[in-house]
Design a protein around this ligand. Sequence first.
Ligand SMILES: *Cc1c(COP(=O)(O)O)cnc(C)c1O
Length: 351
Amino acid sequence: MLPAEVLEQVKKDLPVWNGLGYSAMEISHRSAEFSALLDQIESDLRSLMRIPDDYSVLLVQGGATLQFSLLPMNLLHGRETADYLTTGSWSSKAFKEARKANSNVHEAATGAQHNFMSLPERDEWQLSPEAVFLHYVHNETIAGLMFPSIPDVDVPVISDLSSCILSLDMDVSRMGAFYAGVQKNMGPAGLAVLVMAPELLERCRDNLPDMLSYRAYARNRSILNTPPTFTCYVLGLVLRWVSERGGVKVMHRNTVAKSDLLYGLIDQSELYANPIQKSARSITNIAFTLADPALDEKFLQQAERRSLVSLKGHRSVGGMRASLYNGMPMEGVQALHDFMLEFERDWQKGR
Ligand SMILES: *Cc1c(COP(=O)(O)O)cnc(C)c1O
């Protein structure tokens, strides 16, 4: 969900952006205006996330998924290895894709034996002494499982922040790199943000095709070909929107308040349940099941009548999922909360 104010602004700007006489979809990516937009995106991201000055901020195409392949392709030379934590669908996919790029990558720990409902204990991680980096997914979007803190290891940590960027206040200087597809919490689909420390960027391979090379992106200020200019424009608006509302600390506080409201209800309920280990519950993606899955369809239909949509859980896990990205206002969460209570009362009466 995008913030309503951002969509209103897009509506105003759609035919004519910035008094230019044409729209952000039509702008030349070589123009001074577009260059100024990229500058704004970079400086807003840097100040919102307190990104260290010497880290590179890249806008890369192919979404978060392409980074699953590009990270090992760029960072690993010859027989070098990296550690992967698999804690759900996205990190498993990241590991699978990394394997195709470099068969030496190593699964250091997995939550698979617990159906990815809990995080592997820190003392069970089997880290390889030679690893170039450790890859993990901070928030598993589908199951709603989140690391309570950035993993503490001796090698650079690379975090997939796709579904928690700008909602969690994090010390990104503790990461060697992080990335996120912009479409979950920052704009429409079409780009990933990738931020990398200089020591990692320097070790990136330089003999890859340009479109696959982080160093080529860095040398060319992310303009290797025509970028999705409209996505960049909306991303710029969303970053401004977050800044104007007090920044990531405020977003984090709001997200905790929104998720507390739903988890509070779920934990009191006889109808709803959340299967995730409590200390690893996501604050942006709240998964819940109904005591009787035969009620799922009815729940979704009645919710839709109140304009509560996109609640169906991912096809791989079933159940329900409420995503509480920054664009979702408290009133929307309150409306869902009230509907869930009412639905449960009706169910109690019918029993
Ligand atoms: C959605 C998602 C992805 C995939 O993003 P794309 O931009 O569609 O490739 C990767 N990782 C996480 C954690 C996600 O939530």
